[in-house]
Write a protein that binds this ligand. Sequence first.
Ligand code: 5GP
Length: 175
Amino acid sequence: SEELKLLKDHIESFPDFPSPGILFRDIFSVFRNQSASQALHSLLKSYALSLKGQIDVVFAIESRGFLFGPYIGQVLGIPFVPIRKKGKLPGVVERLEYGLEYGTDCIEVQEDGGKVGQKALIVDDLIATGGSLTASCQLLKTLGVEVVECFVIMELADLNGRQKVPSKVVSLLQF
Ligand code: 5GP
């Protein structure tokens, strides 16, 4: 669609960031342009409305997922809950430590962020290897929440990250 084209045209790409060989897709560049922002807003709204009645709670991954998760929750009239790196969330949290290519990472969610049996959507800006979404799905399992869908603005399709994620993955744009 026109909106998707407008959106894609305003995502800036940065070679060798944050490390050599990585082509970084910068979602923030969209917000510098009024019509691209509007297109994103409209695409998010249509996507959210297509889920009406199917989701009880929206989770998003630190930090760029926070640009979209609260809006999707608001369109659907359901809560938004953050998933963050270790040590950033107050109150009682569930924690998951998971392996990376080098070392480990740790994510947390507030324990009262979802109830057993609730249906959840997880939002992020981009899926690459699928590691972040896979870990988030695992973390939410400890809450007893059922992840019915993961949503990203951008998918690095060659990396096949969606195959790793134990839930349906929907993307607006593929690179
Ligand atoms: P994955 O865990 O799927 O390998 O990587 C996805 C995570 O890394 C997301 O949280 C995403 O924000 C970040 N990420 C990896 N590559 C890029 C990129 O090219 N652009 C942006 N905006 N984020 C990236």
